[in-house]
Design a binder for this molecule. Structure first.
Ligand code: FES
Ligand code: FES
Length: 212
């Protein structure tokens, strides 16, 4: 696809779909949803008095992070609102959409359905921890750039994390196998064909990297 075709608005400002997607992939902060913002404010009102909070240490993206957590606090909540890792999205907040997917000891999990204190001895990987320190994108992230996958991209970090986790068990999946492997993730824009193409490209990129 040419860059000319990728221009979506205001070419004078150099804004393109390609640049937009790259920004979201790296920081995960460009998209918001009224549903989770509403839920966040409600939960804060209910539990914001820090009663029962306990200081624990988490291994997130290779770093030891000290954080106060409540007994009933979910990992998604801790990541987003206490550690500032907003690339992990909250869609349904009830284990239905996969937007909050992170890897725990290399296995994809819905972080909205994991209590934070249960992962103290485990390694948590979020979308922010995928790229190399020098800024080189993870091959699956690069697949999204290559194929211009996703529309609004709210579901993107969850799909990428689910795909990265799946590829650890099957590095050369068929399209059908990968579709099945990441079927726990939903896209409200229903852009599934394009997403799958991007994830397949990511798988191909990973194989190229491992052969190099
Ligand atoms: S936000 Fe966790 S599965 Fe939807
Ligand atoms: S691209 Fe919009 S929710 Fe998936």
């Amino acid at each position: 696809m040419s860059d000319q075709n990728n221009q979506t608005s205001d070419p004078d400002k150099g804004f393109s779909r390609r640049n937009f997607i790259k920004g979201v992939i790296c920081s995960g902060v460009a998209v918001s949803a009224t549903s989770y913002l509403f839920r966040a404010s409600t939960l804060l009102a209910e539990g914001g008095n820090s009663v029962g909070e306990r200081l624990i240490t988490l291994n997130v993206n290779g770093q030891q992070r000290r954080v106060d957590v409540m007994r009933q606090e979910t990992l998604a909540w801790t990541l987003r609102y206490k550690l500032g890792l907003t690339g992990t999205k909250l869609g349904c907040d009830r284990a239905e959409c996969g937007a909050c997917t992170v890897l725990i000891d290399d296995v994809p999990h819905y972080s909205c359905s994991v209590l934070t204190h249960t992962v103290r001895d485990k390694k948590v990987l979020t979308i922010e921890g995928l790229a190399n320190r020098d800024g080189t994108l993870h091959p699956v992230q690069q697949g999204v750039i290559d194929e211009q996958g996703f529309q609004c991209a709210f579901c993107m970090s969850g799909f990428i994390m689910a795909t990265v986790g799946f590829l650890k068990t099957n590095s050369n999946p068929s399209r059908t196998e990968l579709a099945h492997g990441i079927s726990g993730n939903l896209c409200r824009c229903q852009d599934y064909d394009k997403i799958l193409t991007a994830m397949m490209r990511g798988a191909e990129n990973m194989r190229k990297v491992s052969r190099a």
